[in-house]
Design a protein. Structure first.
Length: 72
């Protein structure tokens, strides 16, 4: 883009000048929100894996171990 020092930008030029940074910021915020929202899911999966591993060591079948760990 041309250097517009001392000139007033038209609305179209303002949109073009600011579109990329605004979209990059929105994308970054969206990725952070997604990453944070996956935290509880990962924690639950880890807890379930640990529980089923403990139950498997005492000889509980796979399906039974999962049901016990999920509270059924």
């Amino acid at each position: 883009m041309a250097n517009h020092e001392g000139q007033k930008l038209t609305p179209r030029e303002m949109v073009r000048a600011h579109a990329y940074p605004v979209l990059a910021a929105i994308s970054t915020i969206a990725l952070v929100v997604i990453a944070v929202s996956l935290g509880p899911i990962a924690k639950r999966a880890q807890t379930l894996n640990q529980c089923t591993a403990k139950l498997k060591t005492i000889g509980s079948p796979n399906v039974s171990a999962i049901r016990i760990c999920q509270g059924e």
